[in-house]
Ligand binder design. Structure first.
Ligand code: ZN
Length: 299
């Protein structure tokens, strides 16, 4: 039996061969789309099964199931941040709440989505950017583009662009147009990564370094440079902070803070430039859009 399925329901929603039996008055009360649809369908009165009207949707059955459960089972897609619904559920509910005009669910899905991505410089450097999988970022990019949620896009598209750089053979689970939008920023991301290496290792005057450490620090610099040239950004599951710790172990007490300062200056500039890399408005514009989207929630 497909869920949700209520034996005393009075409307069947069908998608990709799956059927869901629910209550039309509740669906109509939440969704302007279904309210309109039912009032029109009443007039022609066709397409029924066991006296139940059948509505065929052209959406993914998994997303329809999540969307209907979110409406009919109040514990399934809780507003509580601690409930941490899976990213696939957040994406599916967001897509269909937007498409079928269910504002409270759209807002709730956006509040959950907002917690999946770094939104401040501090969050960006403190957490491992790839703690979500590349697939999750591609799916988020896809649904954010489809629903016009620009404030989710800078860090999401950046994570997708890095996945395209480092795993070019992996086929993202989203339409070509979405991949193209992610790919549009690849060159800028790569150029920024090259600039990081140049700033940290080449435009460097070295008046500092403890006299007895010069050779050891030089060795460490060479090693770091080798690592960071092959991987311009923190590898999967690592954060910018982890990069700092890699420096700490090999550099003297003068070289280390000097490198940290340079890396931080670069990272801050990179963060500030992220929206522009993908043709988006400034962070402050995006943040006001986010606040507007989440107006009645406490995310
Ligand atoms: Zn040194």
């Amino acid at each position: 039996m497909n869920k949700p399925w209520f034996d005393d329901g009075n409307i069947i929603i069908s998608a990709g061969g799956k059927r869901f039996k629910v209550h039309r008055s509740i669906l109509a009360a939440q969704s302007a789309f279904f309210s309109d649809l039912f009032s029109v369908a009443d007039a022609d009165g066709t397409n029924t099964s066991d006296g139940c009207q059948v509505v065929e949707l052209h959406d993914s059955p998994a997303e329809v199931a999540d969307f209907l459960r979110a409406i009919f089972d109040s514990s399934f897609f809780d507003a509580n941040p601690a409930s941490k619904p899976p990213a696939a559920t957040i994406c599916g509910v967001l897509r269909l709440a937007h498409k079928y005009d269910v504002p409270y669910l759209r807002r709730r899905a956006l509040a959950h989505a907002s917690r999946l991505v770094p939104r401040t410089y501090k969050q960006f450097v403190d957490r491992a950017l790839t703690e979500s999988t590349a697939d999750t970022y591609f799916r988020l990019a896809d649904v954010a583009l489809e629903t016009g949620v620009n404030w989710l896009l800078p860090t999401v598209l950046e994570a997708c662009a890095r996945s395209l750089i480092y795993a070019p053979k992996v086929r993202p689970p989203v339409p070509e147009a979405t991949v193209a939008r992610c790919a549009a920023g690849v060159e800028a991301v790569q150029a920024a990564g090259d600039e990081r290496i140049a700033r940290l290792f080449f435009n460097t005057t070295k008046p500092y370094c403890l006299p007895l450490r010069v050779n050891a620090c030089a060795d460490s610099f060479r090693e770091l440079q080798g690592d960071w040239e092959s991987q311009l950004f923190p590898a999967a599951g690592r954060s910018w902070k982890d990069c700092e710790n890699a420096m700490r172990s090999g550099l003297c007490t003068i070289c280390f803070p000097a490198m940290v300062a340079k890396n931080a200056a670069w990272t801050e500039q990179y963060w500030d430039g992220l929206p522009a890399m993908f043709g988006l408005g400034s962070w402050s514009t995006l943040e006001s859009e986010r606040r507007e989207d989440l107006r009645y929630s406490n995310a």
